[in-house]
Design a protein around this ligand. Structure first.
Ligand SMILES: CC(=O)N[C@H]1[C@@H](OP(=O)(O)OP(=O)(O)OC[C@H]2O[C@@H](n3ccc(=O)[nH]c3=O)[C@H](O)[C@@H]2O)O[C@H](CO)[C@@H](O)[C@@H]1O
Length: 371
């Protein structure tokens, strides 16, 4: 019988970090069902809900990021980092992991630092074409670094890099719901074209404004919409929609738990260009209009987009132009079967499948090598 493994997975902050982490956990469990997996996240962040919802235990650290505007607040941040390191050390002592996985985000810093210091092998997974701060700092201590884009040697030691792509939640790829049921599950009409609008895991103001400014066009388009506003914007949007007449063709939600159903329902997606979302579009071959966020490090979402646009695999609208053009473009595109077909075929060619399995194999190898 296989030895029971104990693995720590740490990181989070946004869905783009959390969902790859959950996929890696599921793949490890699939290969070694007896494995004990413990997540370590940041208190108050999205992982504290999403990880238990996926069936895993999570411990929270009181960590947060530095405040670039208020230097005084950073004294508290330093204290929180110190405290997080102590808590991380206790968690590790108690759980005795055989390997640790870091997916980026605040919590993975203290957790993987402590693991590395205690001689536990560490793997990091970088989702983007531009490496995050925490992963860059952890790279020296990591045994393996799994990436999804070419050219990551500019951030990480080349000999540690493995090109795996981004792990995508298995349930999302293996959804058994058919299109008709998927559309009905959102209370919409299966005979109509459907556009899904998502602003990444947290929602996006620009994407939301694009919708708000074109409610009349949406109403007369003959097309229906599933619109994820993001948790922060949801109440404000609901309030503003009250002054508009009922719109049965526009389903508004703060967050979509079953993205498999949402993708199945949609003929076309309007989306931010986060790395995990893009990996999902590639794997399921979904036609998409991407509106990259200009508010991310090194404008990495635009770089993510250009890799697709150069291969005619996605349509691209700049953030500054989105409010004017993206809804009209989406309505025109969803009525053009040839365009939808070619976008789907081209984006599918860019998929990197089996990412979670490849990473899980590496983690299991690392965990078993030292015992
Ligand atoms: C503002 C910001 O910091 N964005 C970053 C963040 O984005 P963000 O967290 O938005 O990440 P991604 O777009 O990569 O992934 C979003 C994930 O959330 C899921 N989802 C989304 C909406 C929803 O209602 N339900 C749901 O389950 C998607 O299916 C996907 O799995 O992490 C990404 C990956 O490191 C980065 O590329 C982004 O630049």
């Amino acid at each position: 019988m296989d030895e029971e493994l104990r693995i720590i997975i740490s990181g989070g902050g946004t869905g783009g970090h959390i969902f790859p982490a959950i996929s890696i956990a599921n793949a490890i469990k699939g290969k070694r069902p007896g494995t004990k997996i413990l997540f370590v996240g940041a208190e108050g962040r999205m992982e504290m809900q999403r990880v238990p919802a996926a069936g895993y235990e999570i411990k929270g650290l009181p960590i947060c990021g530095f405040d670039r505007k208020n230097m005084l607040k950073n004294i508290l941040v330093l204290y929180r980092i110190w405290k997080s390191q102590l808590i991380a050390k206790n968690i590790i002592r108690k759980f005795r992991p055989m390997a640790a996985v870091g997916v980026g985000g605040y919590a993975s810093g203290p957790t993987l630092n402590k693991c590395a210091a205690m001689g536990i092998p560490c793997l990091i997974q970088e989702q983007n074409s531009y490496a995050g701060v925490t992963n860059k700092l952890l790279a020296k201590k990591a045994t393996k670094i799994c990436v999804a884009y070419e050219g990551m040697e500019r951030f990480f030691p080349a000999e540690k890099i493995i090109m795996t792509g981004n792990p995508v939640r298995q349930a999302l790829l293996e959804t058994t719901t058919n299109k008709e049921d998927a559309i009905k599950s959102f209370g919409l009409d299966p005979s109509k074209k459907t556009i899904l609008i998502v602003g990444g895991s947290l929602g996006a103001r620009t994407v939301n404004e694009s919708v708000m400014q074109h409610l009349d066009l949406i109403e007369t388009s003959g097309v229906q919409f599933i619109w994820q506003t993001g948790k922060y914007y949801h109440n404000e949007i609901k309030e503003r929609l009250k002054s508009h007449k009922d719109m049965p063709m526009l389903k508004v939600t703060d967050f979509i738990s079953d993205m498999g159903a949402a993708y199945t329902a949609a003929d076309l997606v309007i989306s931010r260009a986060g790395a995990s979302s893009i990996s999902e579009f590639c794997l399921i071959g979904k036609p998409v209009i991407l509106v990259p966020s200009p508010n991310v490090a090194e404008d990495h979402q635009t770089k993510n987009v250009m890799a697709l646009v150069n291969k005619d695999a996605a349509l691209y609208v700049k953030d500054a132009e989105a409010a004017d053009v993206v809804i009209k473009l989406a309505i025109d595109t969803v009525k053009n079967e040839d365009k939808l077909k070619s976008l789907s075929t081209n984006i599918k060619k860019l998929a990197l499948p089996d990412s979670a399995d490849i990473i899980a194999d590496e983690v299991i190898k690392m965990a078993t090598a030292r015992h």
